[in-house]
Design a protein around this ligand. Structure first.
Ligand code: 8OZ
Length: 364
């Protein structure tokens, strides 16, 4: 039975683009890049297979060698990487979809094995996260990062700026600033990782400063209507907490609203986990403060997505894991057809198995 009486499958405006529907493929790390952190040709096949999504957000992509924190993730800082991504954006555009690049600097969620010259990972403050890093030779405990000098911050903003220029050159339709899940920008936002006593730490205004400088750089390159941001306000992923997230994220969203960016992409709850979090706050407050599009993510089913649209709680719904195992997810949702379950053993690393070989419904 086709699902009617919803606008989930109807076109919607995002900045300069008319998206085919309100369903977004969420950014998904798959750790399958080749030598030089270059996307391999199979990435073009994978993203092309999923291009019935109104919008695709690329997997998190390092803006610089320093920004890398996981084995075999792709970058957007070399000419070879730009060439690799061109095949991806061409495959997506050939199917009539749009694709934004997710800009990633991991900060302290890394390991010297993954850093240029075996350097220490960098962070707002020298506080070790209690997690393991995913290196080419397996999981390793993280080390205490080096606190960034204030004089180094403009160089990182420049790395973001160059990454945006490269993204446009590679054919991306826009960029998403990754400020979620405990990586560098989230580390600046939260007092669990940011103990700085300069202009980038302490007060809420100071902690949002660096993420806003990065967003401004992205806007300068792409235009505000082709920039989005991903946040996870009530998430403790990657050992990152805040004593009081609500004022941080309401202030951040107010400033982003002033900038006029295209969307905020909100991970509702714990990434990949429960949607309700003890000590959290009502994320609906962020939606009402923001004039652009609100993209909701985390554990959405068809029913939750239909309800979110019916109650106007979100403009766009991002699906993650269901897109791994259902390349034709939009068609399946539109028919309320069964979804196939993804195999976690093939989430990270490897070849086309578990990547481009999930069948569509007709052949399943
Ligand atoms: C899963 C595995 C590795 C990285 C995130 C980029 O949490 C990630 C990620 C997810 O945002």
């Amino acid at each position: 039975m086709p699902v009617t009486d919803t606008d989930l499958f109807l076109p919607v405006r995002l900045g300069p683009y008319q998206l085919a529907n309100r369903i977004v493929m969420a950014p998904l790390t798959r750790s399958r890049a080749g030598a030089g952190d270059v996307p391999r040709p199979m990435a073009a096949k994978y993203y092309g297979q999923r291009a019935s999504a109104g919008l695709i957000i690329s997997e998190a992509t390092q803006i610089s060698p320093q920004g890398k924190g996981y084995a075999w993730t792709p970058g957007i800082h070399s000419t070879e990487q730009v060439a690799g991504w061109k095949a991806v954006t061409a495959a997506v555009h050939a199917k009539g979809s749009r694709i934004f690049l997710q800009l990633w600097h991991v900060g302290r969620i890394s390991h010297p094995d993954l850093q240029p010259g075996g350097a220490l990972p960098v962070a707002p403050s020298a506080i070790r996260p209690n997690v393991e890093a995913f290196t080419e030779t397996g999981l390793k405990p993280t080390v205490t990062p080096r606190a960034l000098e204030v004089s180094e911050l403009p160089g990182i903003v420049d790395d973001y700026r160059r990454a945006c220029e490269n993204a446009l050159q590679a054919g991306f339709d826009g960029v998403e600033v990754h400020a979620a899940n405990g990586y560098l920008l989230d580390q600046f936002l939260r007092d669990g990782a940011n103990r700085r006593t300069d202009a980038y730490g302490g007060s809420v205004e100071n902690r949002v400063r660096f993420p806003l400088e990065v967003t401004r750089a992205a806007i300068a390159v792409c235009g505000a209507d082709r920039v989005g941001i991903r946040i996870s306000p009530i998430n403790s992923r990657n050992d990152l907490v805040d004593s009081n997230p609500e004022p941080v994220f309401t202030h951040l969203v107010d400033r982003l609203n002033d900038f006029g960016i295209a969307y905020i992409h909100v991970i509702e709850g714990v990434t990949g986990g429960p949607r309700e979090v003890e000590g959290g706050f009502d994320l609906g407050k962020l939606r009402t403060r923001f004039g652009g599009l609100y993209m909701a993510n985390n554990g959405y089913t068809l029913d939750l997505a239909l309800a979110a649209r019916r109650q106007n709680k979100a403009d766009l719904i991002a699906f993650g894991k269901p897109f791994i195992s259902n390349p034709d997810l939009v068609a399946r949702l539109a028919r309320n057809a069964p979804l196939s379950a993804p195999d976690p053993a093939t989430f990270y690393g490897g070849d086309e198995h578990g990547y481009t070989d999930y069948p569509e419904l007709e052949t399943a």
